[in-house]
Write a protein that binds this ligand. Sequence first.
Ligand SMILES: [Zn+2]
Length: 575
Amino acid sequence: MMRYTVRFPAPQSHYAEVEMVLPPGQRTLMAAVWTPGSYLLREYARNIEGLTAYDEAGKPVEAVKTSKNRWRLDPRAVRVSYRVYGREMTVRTNFIEGDFAVLNGAPTFLTMPSMLGEPHEISVVTPPGWTSVVTALEKVGDNRFRAADFDELVDSPILCGSPLISRFEVAGKEHVLATWNDGGLWDLPQAARDAEAIVRAHSDFWGGLPYPRYAFLNLLVEARGGLEHKNSTVLMGSRFDGRVREQYVKWLLLVSHEFFHVWNVKRLRPVELDRFDYEAENYTPSLWIAEGFTAYYESVLLRRSGLITDKEFLKEMALTLESVETVPGREVQSVREASWDAWIKFYRPDENSVNSAISYYDKGAAIAFILDMRIRQETDSDKSLDDVMRLANERYGEGKPGYTEEQFIALISEVAGTDLTAFVRRLSATTEPLDYQPALEWLGLKLAPPEAPADGSPEPVWLGAKLKVDSGRLLVAAVPRGTPAFACGLDAEDEILALGDYRVLSDKLDERLKLYRVGDKTSLLVARRGKLVTLEVTFTRKPGAWKLEVDPKAGPAAVARREQWMSGRQAVPAR
Ligand SMILES: [Zn+2]
């Protein structure tokens, strides 16, 4: 067994001290270089300092670094100590401060390659005044926890500090909602009731809860993100999210998303993620299923939990479809390519990402929507994508080898009762446009493309560049293809100075664009690496937000099918 003690002698300096007791005869120490679920090598060893090995008598012995993340120890070493620096506020790294710490396994705990499958036990010594240590790990003593193996340790983030704790039970399992830093702005009993409703909706969907206990680590630290784990999740948001309905709905969606992962990706997973290699990229083509289908069900199951209105649900779906249909990268990259290259593209976005890449979240969700309705059509409402997920979980879930992309696609055909291989491949492995029409008609919905203003006012025009303001300067962040900005030769990092003969201040561009009509031409003065450049821009119509709406002309059968989809109840097939 590997044993660790974590201490925070000076948390305000953002350091934790770790001491590990080694089994005898081991010589190689390693640090993980990435956190599963977040597909980027993050080189955690860069935050490890002062590593020292000791023999039985407490005398320092040799510890030689042999690669960026490995050390070779003197065989007499029985104890190692090191410091971990943590000041990166993300769901996969460490953050340590005067009154709290969030620790993730990969950036915190060194281990030994030969010990990966063995139990890892940790003790946490908290500074005075910190009231809790919250983690989904099995508790074996006072602030002592045990992981069955290194995977479980890495998969179990730890929140130390004084969070507010709410508890609820579903199906006899204990759930903890540990909220840090709400500033008194959240109705936490309500948030716990809502989390409970989400747990129930997902439990109904999958048919039970597969874990011994579950923890929501809800960090309201003015950062964004979520990361899934088998028995817990880290959620990051803002203390103000609890007060604004739109923001709170986003939090509910995040809870629903991460909770769907309890199954999809954590237990039902691509075969390539069966065993993690903690020291290299782990490539899979199937993140469009693992993340995309999760992105679809996050809103579907939130609707079924009763926590959002139909309008909020359709708005969320419309946002997803809009983001697929307005990113030029959809014509360049398929979702299976996006999945494979997550390590070098999705997790390393740059100014050209919008033109070269598609999100396997958004397009994966759009594909799930299309497939869900196709299966319902093929089976006369008898089966749906829900059945695919449940059957996949039975076949490739916990304790069984994961699925290959091919096996998952075959399973879709099996549930649909007809061979959909070519259909699915076209969606997932090509850049051909998605056809939503059959799905929309099936549900009696229409996806209203942006239209001209109803009040007869002139159509707004746009430049189409993504902009940012830096020290009061209006800078171009990205130039999507197919926009006036792209056509006129605007570049990322250009500083916009003037439209026509007049200066444009950083907060005045929208106002100035109101002076122009569709088809108008004017000069655009920019500074490019310090040199003034004049471009000739022709304005086009500014696209409005996409809307997913109920089609008033839809018949009762479509209305019944929509109700069945949104409620998850098995309705009598309507013809
Ligand atoms: Zn996810």
